[in-house]
Design a protein around this ligand. Structure first.
Ligand code: ATP
Ligand code: MG
Length: 335
C-alpha cells in the first residue's frame, strides 16, 4: 500500500470520525445527506470498486497471518441500508474469512445470561472479519428507548435509577479495550439516515411489489420514537467513541456514498493492521526444495518436470513477444 493511498483514505474518513472525548450532537454535527467530497455517483462506484479490491487483498493477508481479527459493528435505524452495505463491502472477500452475525430480539436463553454474552459468543477468530449486523450497542439503544427490554434482562436491584446506561458505556468501553489489547480491531459504523429518507424508503417498500417483503408495520411504529433514538445515538457516540474503538458516522441518505464510506473505514483499519503473509523460514524452504525435487522426479514421460513453472515461463515468453510487437507497431504508426 502506498502511503499516498493510505493518506487519501485517512483524510477521506477523518470527518466521519467522532473524536474521542468530544461532544457531538447527531442532528447538528452530522448531515445524513453529506456529499463526502464525491459529487458524481459514477466516481463513487469506481472508487468503491477499488476499495473492494483492496479489502480483498488485505483480508487474504489477515487470514494468512492468523494473528489479528476484525469486528465491524454496524448500527442504523430501520431502512438505514445495513444489508446493502454488508453485501457490497463483502462482495470481494472470501466467504471463508468473513462472517455476518445478526442480532435480533434476545431469546430466552440469551436473557438467562449477562447482556454481553450473546455478542461474545460470535466474536471473530484470529484471521477473521466478523460483521455484527446490529451489535452490543442495541443494549444502550433499543433497550434504552424501550426500558421494558431492560426489565426482561432481570438485573439485580433497581437498574434504571442506578445509572445503568453510564455503567453499560463503561463496561462496553472496557470490553472493547480488552479485545483491542488482545489483537482484535473494532470498527464501528453508524449509518446516519434522515427521517425523510426513511419515509421514502418505507414507501418504496410498499410501492414496489418485489420489496413488499422488506416492509414491516413495526418499523413504522418504531419511527414514532425517532427523537428518542436520536438522543440515544448521540449519548452512545459521545460515551463510547474511544481511542481504541472510535465511531464513524456515515451519511446514509445516498446508498452509494454510505457503501463507499463503510468500505473506506474498513480499509483504513486493515491498512493500519498491515497484516503480512507469513515468512517461510530457511529450514521450511529447504523442505520445500526437497519436496519439489521429489515431485519433479514423478513427471510422466514428455511432461515438464514442473508444469506450473513451465506455464509461467511460457506466459512470460508470450508477454515479451507481445511487448516487442507492440513496440514495432507503435514505431510503424509513428513512421
Ligand atoms: P431487517 O429488517 O433489515 O431484516 P433487522 O436488523 O431490522 O433487519 P429485524 O428482525 O427486523 O432485523 O429486527 C430486529 C429487531 O431486534 C430490531 O427491532 C431491534 O431493535 C431488536 N433488537 C436487537 N437487539 C435487541 C435487544 N438487545 N433487545 C431488544 N431488542 C433488540
Ligand atoms: Mg427490521
Amino acid at each position: 500500500m502506498t502511503d499516498v493511498r493510505a493518506g487519501r483514505i485517512e483524510s477521506f474518513i477523518k470527518p466521519l470520525r467522532v473524536v474521542p472525548g468530544g461532544q457531538v450532537n447527531l442532528a447538528e454535527d452530522f448531515a445524513p445527506g453529506h456529499g463526502v467530497g464525491v459529487a458524481k455517483k459514477a466516481d463513487g462506484v469506481e472508487l468503491l470498486q477499488l476499495g473492494i479490491e483492496l479489502l480483498d487483498e488485505y483480508q487474504r493477508r489477515l487470514a494468512a497471518e492468523q494473528t489479528r481479527g476484525v469486528l465491524v459493528c454496524l448500527q442504523a435505524l430501520d431502512a438505514g441500508g445495513k444489508d446493502g452495505t454488508i453485501r457490497h463491502v463483502m462482495s470481494g472477500m472470501s466467504p471463508q474469512g468473513v462472517r455476518v452475525a445478526n442480532f435480533k430480539v434476545p431469546s430466552a436463553e440469551e436473557l438467562d445470561h449477562d447482556y454481553l454474552w450473546r455478542y461474545a459468543r460470535r466474536l471473530p477468530r484470529r484471521g477473521e472479519i466478523v460483521i455484527f449486523n446490529r451489535s452490543h450497542y442495541e443494549e444502550v439503544l433499543v433497550v434504552r428507548v424501550h426500558p421494558e427490554n431492560l426489565a426482561r434482562q432481570r438485573l439485580p436491584g433497581p437498574a434504571e435509577d442506578s445509572g445503568v446506561w453510564k455503567r453499560r458505556y463503561r463496561e462496553i468501553n472496557a470490553w472493547e479495550r480488552y479485545l483491542s489489547d488482545n489483537g482484535f480491531t473494532i470498527v464501528k459504523l453508524f449509518l446516519n439516515l434522515s427521517k425523510e429518507e426513511q419515509r421514502t424508503r418505507f414507501l418504496r417498500r410498499i410501492d414496489v411489489p418485489e420489496r413488499n417483503w422488506k416492509f414491516s408495520a413495526a418499523d413504522v411504529r418504531e419511527r414514532a420514537y425517532w427523537d428518542d433514538y436520536q438522543r440515544a445515538f448521540s449519548h452512545m457516540l459521545n460515551a463510547t467513541s474511544t481511542r481504541w474503538a472510535p465511531w464513524y458516522v456515515v451519511p446514509a441518505d445516498h446508498k452509494w456514498r454510505a457503501r463507499l464510506c463503510a468500505a473506506a473505514v474498513l480499509a483504513h483499519a486493515l491498512i493500519d493492521i498491515d497484516p503480512r503473509y507469513p515468512q517461510t523460514s530457511a529450514p521450511a524452504r529447504r523442505d520445500l526444495a526437497k519436496a519439489k525435487k521429489d515431485l519433479e522426479k514423478e513427471a510422466p514421460r514428455g511432461a515438464p518436470a514442473d508444469p506450473y513453472e513451465a506455464s509461467l515461463a511460457d506466459r512470460n515468453r508470450k508477454r515479451t513477444k507481445k511487448g516487442g510487437q507492440g513496440k514495432r507497431k507503435q514505431g510503424s504508426v509513428q513512421s
